[in-house]
Design a protein around this ligand. Structure first.
Ligand SMILES: Nc1ncnc2c1ncn2[C@@H]1O[C@H](COP(=O)(O)OP(=O)(O)OP(=O)(O)O)[C@@H](O)[C@H]1O
Length: 414
């Protein structure tokens, strides 16, 4: 089991991970989700002893990684598939890792077969595609037949067949009773692969629950109801009547209402009884991806904006209007579909102010009590600062935990 308690990591004045506590249990795949820069890789590096926590602890089977007896045989990891000596053939790369960890050479051919790289085992990995590199990194993680496996974005660059293969591999490793911890940006992929989810945003815990619970909490049916745009009082009248009847009504960005807790025929009857005309009454199901994006939306550091192409625009011909954003199809600067403006608080929300606990059923742990360190989230929000690309980690993670000691690494620089 992997256990983090109050894990915090600061790089100068940047807090990458804050007060993170969770457990990753054997026998299941635990998905580790969060937007870009939310602290997933930093957390994984701390688990593997490649970075020291500023405070808090993280252990594997009760030991910090560096004190774990025979660590490379107990823990395998894929952190950065590109962190290999590119001039070396795939088989030789694995052989050197095996030698360093006291693993018999014949194991190399076994793992090459598992990941499907036998045909290219004699080729230098610098010619490998992203997907082949991922497979080589997975082979390195499997070398010691470890009980605990960590994979940082393992499906990155894989084709659909490769994604399916990784999904099945993770599941079969967990079915053998191993602890499998796998990070991803993709809720849709994790919903198919993982049994349990740990979701973080800006280094803080947003959710720690089974996928089953996540699905039952988030895939509820809802009705979309639209009243005439020209008569806003009709919308208010219907909102009041539906709420009184026990429904939960959320206004949507484009003026429609999202109604849960009432079947469609009942909504229709209530509209009829209150003399409200309907322009739309349709059944929908919230997608998990949407629920995840809503959950993490307040914690997104890097948002895109509309490409203005200011210096490149041709003058429009007389009488032609510039295009306007289409309601419901996203807005400039939105990373995710905008959340409904809720009447009872967001179901998932980040702290509105640094140090304040978030509201909602899936919330970060309570703010630290007296004596603990204050929440250091004092960086300006994304609106307050120009977006900057995520800085690459100062300490390049190795392709697997054993590769940290790869003495050939400096040859890459030649
Ligand atoms: N060595 C470092 N020095 C300074 N800042 C760092 C370092 N490593 C990570 N960070 C910062 O810490 C934050 C968390 O980064 P991290 O790579 O852990 O996020 P992530 O969730 O893995 O992101 P992604 O999904 O984009 O890979 C980012 O703001 C990043 O810039």
């Amino acid at each position: 089991m992997i256990e983090a308690v109050g894990l915090t990591k600061r790089y100068g004045d940047k807090t990458a991970v804050y007060n993170l506590s969770f457990q990753v249990r054997p026998g299941s795949v635990t998905g580790f989700l969060g937007p870009n820069g939310s602290g997933k890789s930093t957390t994984m590096r701390m688990i593997l002893g490649l970075d020291n926590p500023t405070s808090g602890t993280v252990t594997i089977g009760g030991y910090p990684y560096r004190k774990l007896p025979n660590a490379p045989r107990q823990v395998g990891a894929l952190l950065d598939a590109k962190a290999v000596h590119g001039g070396r053939a795939a088989r030789n790369h694995l052989l050197s890792l095996a030698q360093l960890s006291g693993i018999p050479a014949r194991r190399v051919d076994e793992v090459l077969a598992v990941v499907g790289l036998q045909e290219v085992a004699g080729k230098r990995s610098k010619g490998f595609s992203l997907g082949m590199g991922q497979r080589l990194g997975i082979a390195a993680a499997l070398l010691g037949d470890p009980q605990v496996l960590l994979f940082d974005e393992p499906v990155n660059g894989l084709d659909p067949e490769g994604i399916l293969w990784v999904r099945n591999l993770m599941k079969s490793l967990a079915a053998e009773g191993r602890t499998v911890f796998v990070s991803s940006h993709l809720m849709s992929e994790m919903a198919l692969t993982a049994d349990h989810l740990i979701v973080i945003g800006r280094g803080q815990l947003l959710a720690d629950m089974s996928v089953k619970d996540f699905i039952s909490a988030n895939s509820a049916d809802f009705a979309r109801v639209r009243t005439p745009d020209t008569e806003p009082q009709q919308r208010e009248k219907l909102t009041a009547a539906l709420t009184e009847a026990g429904g939960h009504v959320l206004p949507e960005q484009d003026g429609a209402l999202r109604v849960t807790g009432l079947p469609l025929p009942r909504i229709s009857d209530i509209a009829h009884d209150t003399d409200v005309r309907l322009w739309e009454l349709s059944p929908h199901q919230a997608s998990l991806e949407e629920a995840y994006m809503r959950m993490t939306q307040g914690a997104v550091d890097y948002r895109s904006s509309i490409d203005q192409k200011a210096g490149l625009m041709q003058p429009l011909p007389p009488g032609v209007q510039p295009p306007v954003p289409v309601p419901g199809q996203g807005q400039p600067g939105w990373y995710a579909p905008p959340p409904p403006q809720q009447q009872g608080g967001q179901p998932f929300s980040m702290p509105a102010q640094p140090g304040q606990p978030p509201t909602g059923p899936y919330t970060a742990p309570p703010a630290p009590s007296a004596g603990q360190q204050p929440n250091p989230y004092t960086q300006p929000g994304p609106q307050d600062q120009a977006p900057v690309p995520a800085a690459p980690p100062a300490q390049a993670p190795a392709a697997d935990a054993t590769a940290a000691a790869d003495p050939t690494k400096s040859e890459d620089a030649r």
